[in-house]
Design a protein around this ligand. Structure first.
Ligand code: DP6
Length: 353
């Protein structure tokens, strides 16, 4: 029988942002982060890995196009770490196990969303790669252990190995062994939370996360304040809000953290601008919507939370009861947005998965 395995992993969207590395090779962050993993139906990567003694070298195809596996690069590191785990955890333990760690692998990965959509594909991509090799190698390792490997592909990828609400604990060890993802709550704990993805621009341009965050570490004084005095309390507070299913508090913290992440980008020299005028106008609309929702006669609670990563696209978290209203409101205020014309194309509504 051929040695082959296929696995999918969804995109995750951070509420407390990862921005900054203390170790660029091992990908160890300067602060903990927390995200929501989207469900499998909408934005995901699916990866098939095959090991065979006849393969001459490791090879990789992304959306059908072969990519170079750079020696010593992130992809090569993930593959060799997984082979090492196969040897130590399976072959060294069971002499009858096939020596897959000595075979080369062929890996094919597909995204079910356009790579050019400006939506992070590295998180789902490296999570699916790690999960697929773990299945191929029949590793006994839990997702938290596998997250140590996915992290070395792309930091945010470690959070996509778990569903629901996921924290990436920064850790303190130089080895990175305590810098892994943990589930704060499964998706079933709070199914009534949804992500609207507003594609403001579908072109990929600007400063990459990897180089942008390094420049921030080197030049921003505000980042040091964020790391020491802001993120630790927010991690505690948003975890409590999630456990209490307190959307108002969840929204307040999520928006504040998105705004501080973009402030830290602006505090970088030279400054980095990820949001554009449409992004900022969406913030204004959501803030006004929440201002009205916060009036005592309207219930006194926020109904939407925006968040932006290293690009202009908005993700809006909301509860099911308010989704229609929010979609109509955004479509009404942004008629000039080509991508917003068909609400079904434009808003990739995704639940938590
Ligand atoms: C703004 O995980 O893409 O989306 O570790 O260098 O691959 P590397 O960076 P990456 O950075 C993600 C940054 C972010 C915030 C987040 O997802 O937490």
């Amino acid at each position: 029988a051929p040695f082959i395995a296929t696995t999918s992993a969804p995109v995750n969207i951070a509420c407390i942002k990862y921005w900054g590395k203390r170790d660029t090779k091992l990908i160890l962050p300067t602060n903990s982060s927390l995200s929501v993993t989207l469900d499998q139906d909408h934005l995901r990567s699916t990866t098939t890995s095959r090991a065979d003694p006849s393969f001459e070298k490791d090879r990789l195809w992304l959306n059908g196009v072969e990519e170079d596996i750079k020696a010593g690069g992130r992809m090569a590191t993930c593959i060799s770490e997984m082979k090492r785990m196969r040897k130590e955890l399976v072959e060294d333990v069971d002499a009858s196990a096939p020596p897959l760690s000595t075979f080369s692998v062929h890996i094919a990965s597909y995204n079910n969303f356009p790579t050019a959509a400006g939506l992070a594909s590295s998180a789902s991509g490296f999570a699916a790669l790690t999960a697929s090799l773990a299945a191929l190698y029949v590793l006994p390792s839990p997702p938290t252990t596998l997250s140590l490997i996915a992290r070395q592909g792309s930091g945010s990828a470690c959070r996509s190995l778990l569903g629901g609400f996921v924290a990436w604990n920064a850790g303190t060890l130089p080895s990175g062994l305590d810098s892994h993802a943990v589930q704060v709550a499964p998706e079933t704990h709070w199914p009534d939370i949804h992500a609207l993805i507003c594609v403001v621009s579908d072109t990929k341009k600007g400063t990459s996360s990897t180089s942008g965050m390094q420049r921030t570490v080197e030049t921003s004084a505000l980042l040091q304040h964020r790391i020491k005095h802001v993120v630790p309390q927010r991690m505690t507070d948003i975890s409590a809000a999630i456990l209490a299913r307190d959307f108002d508090r969840f929204a307040e913290i999520t928006m504040a953290d998105s705004n501080q992440f973009h402030a830290v980008a602006l505090d970088t020299a030279p400054p980095i601008f990820y949001m554009n005028d449409v992004s900022r106008a969406i913030i204004a609309v959501v803030e006004e919507y929440n201002r009205v929702a916060l009036l005592p006669e309207n219930g006194g609670k926020r109904k939407a939370a925006y968040t932006y990563d290293a690009g202009p696209n908005a993700v809006i978290y909301a509860q099911a009861a308010n989704l229609k209203e929010i979609i109509n409101m955004i479509a009404y205020y942004f008629p000039q947005q080509d991508a917003f014309k068909d609400p079904f194309d434009l808003f990739k509504g995704a639940g938590v998965g």
